[in-house]
Design a protein around this ligand. Structure first.
Ligand SMILES: Cc1ncc(C[n+]2csc(CCOP(=O)(O)OP(=O)(O)O)c2C)c(N)n1
Ligand code: SF4
Ligand SMILES: [Mg+2]
Length: 295
């Protein structure tokens, strides 16, 4: 990390939490809370995160935290934001911290509704690309050609483009980020925090999961970095629908190293790797035409 701009020292996720070793979700949650600060209210639907935070009466969280049913987290957060406003508090960030299953699939209607109403909340979808807490079943965020217990002959559908869908809601602020690029992530968290005082903010974080992706627990940051540098996970931001690329990948077209790290891709054949590479190329062609400016 750039030591000129270090992360705040305060820890709001304590050690002794229940994440697997090397969990990219816990790492991302830790950095997120450092930036958002101790006044953050955290709304979390069923997921690995509800386990990471631990179980009653113990908790690893040092901020107020509510565990909700899947479909209603955006609605819960909206209620909290309105209640705080009635008390004269428009400063405390109200954050939904939800997995891909909760955001891309089960809670999508609530997410879209809150975005369309421009509620003053910050919705963070941490994307580990499957329903990890229940055994890594496929979600609509799982990349095509991935092996999961519910796609034993590999997933056929492409990953849904949730960032694009949220940008099309013309929300106040939307961005993608990843812990492998912590300065970029911290900048976006700060912007999202400020924007959520006035309207809906959305962040999509890629959060590698060593357990579900089938890789060594010390490879989390390396996998995250490769996802960004090969262009598989573009780093972007959008204000009122205008998309900007915040980091130019340095290894476009070199996806093989990323795929080799993870057992979930071990059944891919060469034509499937070719299809994935074409999907990445197509995504970048689209981004080049959409993006308004480079860094
Ligand atoms: C309505 C409902 N259906 C199913 C479940 C079981 N369930 C609990 S956590 C979970 C996985 C959530 O996946 P995701 O949102 O991607 O978060 P992750 O576990 O990957 O962190 C599921 C299916 C539930 N709690 N409620
Ligand atoms: S299964 Fe994956 S996302 Fe869940 S706690 Fe373990 S490493 Fe983290
Ligand atoms: Mg998930």
């Amino acid at each position: 990390m750039d030591m000129k701009h270090p992360a705040p020292a305060e820890e709001l996720l304590s050690s002794g939490h229940f994440a697997c070793p090397g969990c990219g979700v816990a790492l991302s949650m830790r950095l997120t809370l450092k930036v958002l600060g101790e006044r953050t209210r955290m709304v979390v639907p069923a997921s690995c995160s509800s386990v990471i935070a631990s179980k009653y009466p113990h908790t690893a969280m040092k901020v107020p935290f509510i565990h909700t049913p899947f479909a209603v987290s955006a609605g819960f957060a909206t209620g909290i934001a309105h209640a705080l406003e009635l008390k004269g508090d428009k400063e405390s960030p109200v954050m939904v911290w939800a997995g891909d299953g909760a955001s891309y699939d089960i809670g999508f209607a609530g997410l879209s509704g809150a975005a369309e109403r421009n509620e003053r909340i910050l919705y963070i979808c941490y994307d580990n690309e499957a329903y990890m807490n229940t055994g890594a079943q496929r979600s609509s965020a799982t990349p095509s050609c991935t092996w999961t217990p519910t796609t034993p002959s590999l997933k056929r559908e492409q990953k849904k483009n949730l960032f694009k869908i949220m940008v099309d809601h013309k929300i106040k602020y939307a961005a993608t980020a990843c812990v492998s690029h912590p300065q970029d992530m911290m900048e976006k968290l700060k912007k999202a925090k400020e924007a959520s005082k006035e309207g809906f903010s959305f962040l999509l974080l890629l959060t590698p999961c060593p357990t579900g992706w089938g890789m060594e627990e010390n490879l989390t940051v390396q996998a995250a970095r490769l996802a960004v540098e090969t262009g598989i996970f573009p780093l972007l931001e959008a204000e009122k629908g205008r998309v900007r690329i915040t980091h130019i990948p340095t290894a476009l077209g070199e996806e093989e190293g990323y795929l080799k790290l993870q057992k979930r891709f071990s059944k891919m054949r060469s034509e499937e790797t070719k299809a994935l590479k074409e999907w990445v190329r197509e995504r970048w062609r689209e981004l080049d035409s959409l993006s308004s400016s480079l860094p």
